[in-house]
Design a protein around this ligand. Structure first.
Ligand SMILES: [Zn+2]
Length: 309
């Protein structure tokens, strides 16, 4: 039986339960980023643990903590949360988010060195802890695919090929999706080991169906973020994908990477909202249990373990 690495050790596929494929629990954003946008202050393990407990009470089981090295990943803080909420399986990651967050060291350091560091995160542990990464991240900027964007994707590809952990990318507002897939696959990455995040920022059915048919996973994670448009757009896209027989290529998360998204930090919708409010809405709008189980349980399990559809 295949298993997935979490902060609680390897977890077998059938125990993963309801998965949130893209979340942020706690990180220390780089000082310059925090000055630019103080909302990137999701950094209190106690408050984050309370929020995670609410999510577990709503039925959540496995959560992917997507804070990458350049975004201020702080695995010690996430380990504190794991200790406070042992009911949740937490997957932490290695790799880089996008060029905008990376400091000069990333561009000056030899690619092989960065790949080695990421592989160590997966095989030995992160930052001197025993926490091992279970996913590698890479990403690109808004409509850019320059040498820096490509460097982050090449690192993700090589780390995946060396270790077998799946790749979850950052897309900026859903742009450069096909470019990312083509580029990653050019190094020998299999499509079903790739998931593209934030694709519902660019709810373009032609694009989504083309990518899903390749066997690549699409991450939808903007639910409840009305500043990006009403949920109706996301629900309609989901429905169209399911009706086209492509529902099995979609992963669901909420990417609540800012303090203002969290109830216990004084904001909303909160981590439990997706399960407590959005899933019932999908039911009310005609999504059957089988489809919901695919989105929440079976699709992420297949993606994380590398099982084929
Ligand atoms: Zn994110």
């Amino acid at each position: 039986m295949s298993s997935v690495m979490t902060l609680q050790g390897p977890v077998s596929a059938e125990d993963l339960g309801i998965v949130d494929y893209h979340e942020h629990l706690c990180y220390d954003a780089p000082a310059w980023l925090l000055r630019e946008d103080p909302d990137f202050s999701l950094n209190n393990p106690e408050l984050s643990a309370r929020e995670l407990r609410d999510w577990v009470a709503a039925g959540g089981k496995t959560i992917v903590e997507m804070s990458a090295i350049d975004f201020g990943r702080n695995v010690r803080k996430v380990l504190q949360i794991a200790e406070k909420v042992p009911e949740a399986f937490i997957i932490v990651i290695t790799g880089f988010n996008k060029p905008y967050y990376c400091d000069e060291a990333v561009w000056k350091t030899d690619e092989k060195e960065l790949i080695k560091k990421c592989i160590q995160d997966i095989e030995k542990g992160i930052d001197g802890t025993e926490a091992k990464a279970g996913v590698v991240k890479g990403g690109t900027g808004y409509n850019t695919f320059n040498e820096r964007d490509q460097k982050l994707l090449r690192i993700a590809a090589q780390v995946h090929l060396a270790t077998g952990v799946p790749i979850i990318t950052h897309t900026e507002a859903g742009t450069m999706a096909l470019e990312q897939v083509e580029y990653l696959c050019s190094f020998g990455v299999a499509p079903h080991r790739i998931c593209l995040s934030h694709m519902d920022r660019n709810p373009d059915f032609w694009l989504h169906s083309k990518i899903a048919r390749m066997g690549v996973y699409l991450g939808y994670d903007c639910f409840g973020k009305i500043k990006y448009g009403p949920d109706e757009v996301r629900v309609s896209l989901l429905r169209r994908m399911v009706q086209a027989g492509l529902g099995h290529q979609i992963l669901i998360g909420n990417d609540l990477g800012r303090a203002s998204y969290w109830k216990h930090y004084g904001g909303g919708p909160g981590l439990e909202w997706l399960l407590n409010k959005f899933v019932p809405r999908l039911r009310e709008e005609g999504f059957g249990q089988e489809v919901l189980d695919d989105l929440l349980i079976h699709n992420p399990r297949r993606f994380l373990t590398g099982e084929r559809h």
